[in-house]
Design a protein. Structure first.
Length: 132
């Protein structure tokens, strides 16, 4: 919708998705699927907000995602949570925080192409996979 110039409609849809997923996350905070989808909805909302130039609103959405993802992502090896967490950290330009996560993921040979592409786009060196 946003790409079609329908930013207001896209924002409303993303906000509705966030609201619905937040309610699900409150009911089942340990559910990784819900946490992952909520993070992705917040990432999308932030991108929609950033389109018309509202960087502050984008940062609010991404910080919200970071806030609830961080505790769960620090304790997991699941890409279901690590992937959106890495994405949020890259969007927030938190290079020092994202680098060790990328190294961990790359050491397992698990770095998704989308994340590698995002790193390149941001001008961040992709950690070299170390052989054990």
């Amino acid at each position: 919708l946003a790409e079609q110039g329908r930013s207001a409609e896209a924002r409303r849809s993303a906000e509705q998705a966030v609201s619905w997923l937040e309610a699900l996350h409150q009911a089942e905070p340990a559910d990784r699927d819900t946490a992952s989808w909520l993070a992705k909805a917040l990432i999308l909302l932030g991108r929609i907000e950033r389109r018309p130039g509202d960087a502050a609103a984008a940062i609010v959405a991404w910080e919200h995602a970071r806030g609830f993802l961080e505790p769960a992502a620090r304790e997991t090896a699941s890409m279901k949570l690590l992937e959106p967490w890495v994405e949020v950290l890259l969007l927030l330009q938190r290079w020092d925080e994202v680098r060790p996560i990328l190294e961990k993921v790359q050491s397992r040979n698990d770095l998704p192409t989308e994340i590698a592409d995002r790193c390149r786009k941001e001008g961040m060196a992709i950690p070299v996979r170390r052989e054990p």
